[in-house]
Ligand binder design. Structure first.
Ligand SMILES: NC(=O)c1ccc[n+]([C@@H]2O[C@H](COP(=O)([O-])OP(=O)(O)OC[C@H]3O[C@@H](n4cnc5c(N)ncnc54)[C@H](O)[C@@H]3O)[C@@H](O)[C@H]2O)c1
Length: 662
C-alpha cells in the first residue's frame, strides 16, 4: 500500500520531526495537537529546520513547497479523516496513547494504518479494545527524526504482513534504515539493549560506588563524546525513571531496585531541562567537576551487558542478528554493535564478566542469558538459536551445559585433501586455554583422516595471534608450569601429526603465536608481519616450546638473538633466515597459501610426507648413526606401500601421480 496522506498526532519533539521528514519525502501531512502553542512551536521548528537543510543543500525542493504539504490542526478527528497512515507521538503514558489510538481508529478509514512512536510500551497493550489490530504497528523513530537514520518497525501479535511491509517501505522512501522487530517486547531492540545499562549506571551512583563525574571521565577516556550521566541528564531523569518503572512492571521487578531516578525526580532534578540533574546545567552545558577516571567498571562490563540483552532478544526471536547490529549502531550512533563485539570475544569471557557483575550488583538482570550459560553465544549471534531457547528452556535447565563455542574453526576441504584451522578469539586472536583445547581437539580429530593431507593454521582477520591470553594462566607456580607443559604438548602435535602443517604468519605473530608457527612444518609470511618473542621483556620466557624449537630451526646463535633481544622482526628477515618458505602480500596470502596447500596435497605422497617430517624432527635428537638407521628402516617401510608404486609408475609414464595414502 502506498502512503500518500498521513496524520501525526502530537506535535512535540518527535511528532513535528516525523511530520517534517514525511513532507520532505512528498507526503501530505496533518499534525494534530491538543495544545495550540505546541502547534505554533512545531511550525517554527519545522521552518527553521527546513531553511537549515536548504542552506546545506539537503533539499530537492524549496522549503515553501514542502511546508505547503503540512497542515496544523487542533482536531485529531479532522487530521486522521483522510489519512492512509496515522502516527501517534503523544507522551509515553499508556492510557493517553490508548485513548488517542482508539479515537484514531474510529475516525479514520477502514484501511488506514495506525502506528505508534512509543519508546517502550508493547504494541499489543496499546491496541487493547481496537476493532482491527492487524492495522496497528510500532513505527519508532529516534531523536531527532530528521537526522537519525534508524526506524524500528514493530509487529504486535496481530499486525498483518501488509501493515509491516508498508511501514518498512515507507521508512526506506523517507531515506531511513528500517529494522524489523518481529516480536513485540518491552523496549523493542535499541531501548531494550539500553535498559540494563541504565540500571547499571543508576546502581553505581545509588550504591555510592563512584561519583558520576569519575565514571563519565572514564567513558570519555575510552573515546565516547559524552559520559553516561551527562547523557542521562540530557535525555531527562524523568524519562529514565519512567522507563525503568515500565521495565520493572513489564520485564522484571529487578529493574525496581534502582530508585535513584525517582529520588531525583522528587527533588525536581530532571537534568538539563530543570538546570539540575546529576550535574548543574548552565547555558545548555553540564558543569562537570574535574575527576580522575573511575575503575569501578570497565568497557567490557558495559559491552557484556549489551551483548547479554542482545542474546536474550535473539533467543526470543525478536529480531535478526544483523538488524540488532544495525539498530544499535544507528540508534546509539556508534561504529559497532553488540553482535560484532561478541564475535571478537569468547563465550567464557562474557559469561565470567556477567557472573561477576550480577554478584557485585546483586541483580539477576546481569546474569548470563541461557545461551551464554550453555556456551552457545556464537550460535546465538549467528542466528542459529533464534526462538528455540524459550521452547527448550525446560530441557536446558536439566541438561548439563554443553561445551564452549569453538574459538578455533575447522574447515574440511576434502575435495582438495586440505583442512584449515582458523583461530577466532578476540581481535588479536589471543591464545586462551579454550583456544589450546580446541586446537588439540581438532588436531586429534584429523590425525587418521585420509581425506586430510595438508593443514593450514590461520588467524581470523589481520593477525595470526598476538600471543597468550596471559591473565588466564597466572594462578600458582605449579599451574603456571603445567599450563606451559600443556601448551608445549598441544603445539608439538603440529610437528607430530602425519600431515604437512603450514603456519600463515601475518599481522601480529608474537610470543605464543610465533611458537605456534615454529611448531608447524612450513611457514608462509607477509612482508609486514611483526613476529618475535617479547617474553623476556615481560619477565617471562617463551614457554610453549619456543626456546627449544627455535634453536632447532635456526641454530643457537639466531635463537639467542631473537629470544634474548625480544626484538620485533619482519617478513624479510624470516625469508633471509629460511624460517619462512614463501612471502605474499597481506591481501593475497590466504589465496596463495590455499593454492600451495592444494598443490602439495596432490604432489606429495602422504606417507612419504609423514615419515620424512618425523625423520627430520626426531633425527636431530639422536646420533647420526641412529638417524641413518631410522632412515633405512623407513625406506623399507615405504617399499610396501601402494603409493611408491604409483609414484614411480606415474614418473615413468610421464603423468601426474594419484596417491591414496596407502
Ligand atoms: N524524545 C525522544 O527522545 C523520543 C525518542 C523516541 C521516541 N519518543 C517517543 O515519542 C513520543 C512522544 O515523545 P516526545 O518527546 O515528542 O514528547 P513531547 O512531550 O515533546 O510531545 C508530546 C506532544 O503530544 C501532545 N499531546 C499530549 N496529549 C495529546 C492528545 N491527547 N492529543 C494530541 N496531542 C497530545 C503534547 O501537547 C505534546 O506536544 C513518546 O511516546 C516518546 O516515548 C521520544
Amino acid at each position: 500500500m502506498e502512503i500518500k496522506r498521513a496524520a501525526v498526532i502530537g506535535a512535540g519533539i518527535m511528532g513535528h520531526g516525523i511530520a517534517e521528514v514525511m513532507a520532505v519525502s512528498g507526503i501530505e501531512v496533518q499534525i494534530a495537537d491538543a495544545y495550540e502553542e505546541a502547534l505554533s512551536r512545531a511550525k517554527t521548528s519545522i521552518e527553521t529546520s527546513l531553511s537549515r537543510m536548504q542552506k546545506s543543500g539537503k533539499l530537492k525542493e524549496e522549503p515553501q513547497a514542502i511546508l505547503s504539504r503540512i497542515r496544523f490542526t487542533g482536531s485529531l478527528e479532522e487530521a486522521v479523516k483522510e489519512a492512509d497512515l496515522v502516527v501517534e507521538a503523544v507522551p509515553e503514558i499508556e492510557k493517553v496513547k490508548q485513548d488517542v489510538i482508539q479515537r484514531a481508529f474510529r475516525a479514520s478509514g477502514k484501511d488506514t494504518i495506525i502506528a505508534s512512536n512509543t519508546s517502550n510500551i508493547l504494541i499489543t497493550t496499546l491496541g487493547k479494545g481496537i476493532s482491527d489490530p492487524s492495522r496497528l504497528a510500532g513505527f519508532h523513530f529516534f531523536n531527532p527524526p530528521v537526522v537519525m537514520k534508524l526506524v524500528e518497525v514493530i509487529r504486535s501479535e496481530a499486525t498483518s504482513d501488509e501493515t509491516a511491509e508498508t511501514l518498512m517501505n515507507l521508512a526506506r522512501r523517507m531515506g531511513k534504515t528500517p529494522i524489523l522487530v518481529k516480536k513485540d517486547t518491552p523496549g523493542f531492540v535499541v531501548n531494550r539493549i539500553n535498559a540494563p545499562e541504565s540500571l547499571l549506571f543508576g546502581l553505581i551512583v545509588q550504591e555510592k560506588l563512584a561519583p558520576p563525574e569519575a565514571v563519565d571521565a572514564f567513558a570519555k577516556s575510552q573515546g565516547l563524546p559524552m559520559g553516561p550521566y551527562e547523557l542521562m541528564d540530557y535525555v531527562g531523569i524523568d524519562t529514565m525513571a519512567h522507563s525503568l518503572e515500565y521495565y520493572s512492571e513489564a520485564l522484571s521487578p529487578e529493574y525496581g531496585k534502582c530508585h535513584i531516578f525517582h529520588d531525583m525526580m522528587k527533588e525536581n532534578r530532571l537534568g538539563a531541562k530543570t538546570g539540575k540533574g546529576f550535574y548543574s546545567w548552565k547555558d545548555g552545558k553540564a558543569q562537570i567537576p574535574k575527576a580522575e577516571p573511575s575503575s569501578v567498571i570497565d568497557l567490557m562490563d558495559v559491552l557484556s551487558v549489551e551483548i547479554n540483552e542482545a542474546v536474550r532478544l535473539l533467543e526470543q526471536n525478536v529480531a535478526t542478528p544483523s538488524d540488532i547490529e544495525t539498530g544499535v549502531k544507528l540508534g546509539m550512533n556508534r561504529p559497532f554493535g553488540p553482535i560484532s563485539v561478541a564475535e571478537s570475544l569468547t563465550n567464557a569471557e562474557i559469561k565470567n564478566k556477567l557472573l561477576k557483575l550480577s554478584e557485585k550488583f546483586h541483580t539477576d538482570i546481569f546474569k548470563p542469558a541461557d545461551s551464554i550459560v550453555s556456551g552457545k553465544l556464537k550460535d546465538a549471534i549467528s542466528g542459529k538459536i533464534s526462538g528455540k531457547v524459550t521452547e527448550q528452556k525446560e530441557k536446558m535447565d536439566t541438561v548439563s551445559a554443553s561445551p564452549e563455542a569453538d574459538p578455533v574453526k575447522l574447515d574440511l576441504r576434502d575435495a582438495d585433501f586440505t583442512a584449515v584451522l582458523t583461530i577466532e578469539n578476540t581481535r588479536n586472536n589471543l591464545l586462551s586455554l579454550e583456544v589450546l583445547n580446541s586446537l588439540e581437539k581438532h588436531l586429534l580429530s584429523l590425525w587418521n583422516r585420509r581425506e586430510t593431507r595438508v593443514i593450514i593454521i590461520r588467524g581470523k582477520g589481520n593477525n595470526l595471534s598476538a600471543g597468550a591470553q596471559l591473565n588466564q594462566f597466572f594462578s600458582s607456580t605449579m599451574d603456571f608450569a603445567e599450563n606451559s607443559r600443556r601448551g608445549e604438548r598441544i603445539f608439538r602435535l603440529l610437528s607430530e601429526i602425519p600431515k604437512i602443517t603450514i603456519a600463515e604468519m601475518k599481522g601480529y605473530t608474537l610470543g605464543g603465536g610465533f611458537e605456534l608457527s615454529i611448531w608447524c612444518d612450513l611457514r608462509v609470511i607477509t612482508p609486514d608481519c611483526t613476529f618475535g618473542f617479547p617474553e623476556v621483556t615481560l619477565g617471562l620466557i617463551p614457554g610453549w616450546g619456543g626456546s627449544q624449537r627455535l634453536r632447532k630451526l635456526l641454530g643457537v646463535s639466531r635463537a639467542m638473538q631473537i629470544i634474548l633481544t625480544g626484538e620485533r622482526l619482519d617478513g624479510k628477515l624470516a625469508m633471509e633466515t629460511g624460517l619462512a618458505w614463501k612471502m605474499f602480500p597481506a591481501d593475497q596470502i590466504e589465496a596463495e597459501t590455499d593454492k600451495m596447500a592444494r598443490d602439495l596435497a596432490v604432489k606429495v605422497a602422504p606417507i612419504s610426507a609423514a615419515i620424512a617430517k618425523r625423520l627430520i624432527n626426531k633425527g636431530s635428537d639422536v646420533s647420526e648413526d641412529s638417524g641413518l638407521e631410522m632412515e633405512a628402516m623407513s625406506m623399507g617401510l615405504l617399499y610396501g606401500t601402494e603409493d611408491i608404486k604409483e609414484g614411480i609408475t606415474a614418473f615413468l609414464q610421464k603423468r601426474k601421480p594419484e596417491y591414496r595414502g596407502r
